[in-house]
Write a protein that binds this ligand. Sequence first.
Ligand SMILES: Nc1ncnc2c1ncn2[C@@H]1O[C@H](COP(=O)(O)OP(=O)(O)OP(=O)(O)O)[C@@H](O)[C@H]1O
Length: 686
Amino acid sequence: MLGLQNMASSSSDSSSGSSSASQGFSSTYEFMEQPLSPIDSFNQRSEHNKTLDKGVGTGGGPLLSWENLTYSVKVREKKKMHMRTILHGISGEIYPGEVVGLLGPSGAGKTTLLNVLAGRIEGGVLNGKVLFRGKKRVPGVFRRKVAYVEQEDVMFPMLTVEETIMFAARLRLSNKQYSQLQKVERVASVIQQLRLSHVKSSPIGDNLNRGVSGGEKKRVSIGVGMVTDPDMLVLDEPTSGLDSNSAEMVVELVRDITRSRGIASVMTVHQPNSNMLRCFDRLLLVSQGHLVYFGSAEAAIQYFESKGFPCPLRQNPADFFIDVMSLNNRSPEELEESRRRIAFLAQSFGEAMHPTAKLSLSYGGMYEKMPASPQDPGTGILTHGTLSGSALEWGMTADETPPERINWFYELQTLIYRDILTTVRHLSFASAVGINSISVLLLLGLLFYKIGNEVTSIQNRIGLFFSLTMNSTYGIMSHYLYVYFKSKDIMLSERGSGSYRMSTFYISKLVVYLPIAVLSSWVYFIGIYFMAGLQPGAAKVFTSLMLFTVLLVVTMGVTLMVGSFISTYDLASVVCAMIVTTWVIFGGHLANAGELLAVISWMQYISPAFYAYEGMVATEFNGLKLHCQANNGLCMARGEDVVKLYKLDQFTVGQCAVIVFGMAVAYNVLAYMSLRWKAKPKYLWV
Ligand SMILES: Nc1ncnc2c1ncn2[C@@H]1O[C@H](COP(=O)(O)OP(=O)(O)OP(=O)(O)O)[C@@H](O)[C@H]1O
């Protein structure tokens, strides 16, 4: 013990002036001589929770229990790949009516553990066991019974608070079980419970447009999860970025909702103040991926004290716990000491929970003489038997039927309505589309005004169709990519909680954005057509317009496909631009379609722009009579001769139309499938 005291003193000396916890550590060893406080309340739940258990139908067992969770990922270090373990055998459980605070220093593994518990962990290797209502989780059921509130509030900025929660209700509550009136009532009750009534008509807002405050936004995110009446609320850093009042309010609300509704809540919080700490029924402390403590906040103070780490009188216990659990990088010695301290704490707690298990964490003998557990581990620790296995074996008839999905058409109608609202209110997008149409109309209309039928008009006619081809590719791609990325995060988040089908998402985008793209393009296409004085006749106008329109649809499909594969907007727009540039280069205008090297000539046949351009040029020139000047030996009096000269007669107009149409269907099917595949949550389940 003396040796220990000396070591501790020296370690605290060396870190003098660092954290306030250091002062706590310096007095560690005086406490070792004092009788240890009994911590019978350790890991016990408050009386109100036990009462709630009965009403929630868990048969008195935990709502969620987890045992020996180990999670590893492949990482590259010094040019070599190896597995890094992020969670080391973590066990615990949560009961209805209980709020568990997940605390630890940065990089401790809090978010990883939270994601594992919420069934939202992707990649890596996950081992252990998680039971929901005493049974293995059924992903489709579990996803819809757990509301996951992400750290970032992903919501449409232009929708109001009420609309945001209402759309969640419309998309996630079955029409058979809930009438429209019941959904409205439920939304109203959630808004009231989250104290959002005063801002229910305010837009959510974003960096550009002021909306509700950060704390209110977070409460809306919670409301979106709450509206489906989940059994469990999982919140990742719900207080991050909030001032202390708003942060406290969020945590208090979660506690109130948890208790009043008899659900269970677990949240990660960076640095809760003492008021927030009081809202947690239990604390789950992790450090370096190890479980360091799981029990009530008051017992935590006693527990750390019993381990030789008393919390200084005026220090916030949460800050103190985090200090004790943090690595100290100030010097190699301090780093080593903090590593040993964490290993000691993890081992002590592990042994308290698994009295018979031999853990082999290395803390270098430094704390060897300290008792392995604050008290005889058999007395009162972990009363719910997570580790004895009773909770895990506890069986009950869990409802494994997924909540009924809403009707496909109703879902589509809701998504279309939401897309229309967000588009109409997104003035910058609508005005960009409008400005683009008018400027293209004016620019090309004046450039090619009254082309005429002279031989010299050949270049203008061909140039005009090339310009139109460029516009129906580049212009549409940039608009559509922007729209898609604006809603991508929301879509991924909503798909993660099983809010809707990919088919309805995809079709709603086509139904809302295709008409915008098509109508805005038709405005300038038809305007330019008549300003330029191209061949009149409904059949000709219609054929060219259709080829032009179908090319738009191909571009949309390709844009969505690229967007689904590439996660960032910047990279996706570069790739889209490369694809469209290739289409245009091989589109039959820049190089004569019949003169290409065999090695690259195949590329024109995979370019939709080639078929659309060839079809439009042929439509315009077929039957066109050109005026030849008497002394011009190169005169081509028939439009068909021009088509032949440019080798744009490889396919008939009908064939071109069929091929572009086929490409439009193929690319959109591919885009739908890739989106479905990429956006499908690939979570690990144990
Ligand atoms: N997929 C992954 N690949 C590589 N490393 C990962 C992966 N996921 C998590 N990590 C690492 O695991 C550790 C724990 O990460 P996690 O995000 O869970 O910590 P945290 O406690 O939530 O941290 P913070 O409070 O800073 O958000 C970190 O060092 C992180 O870099």
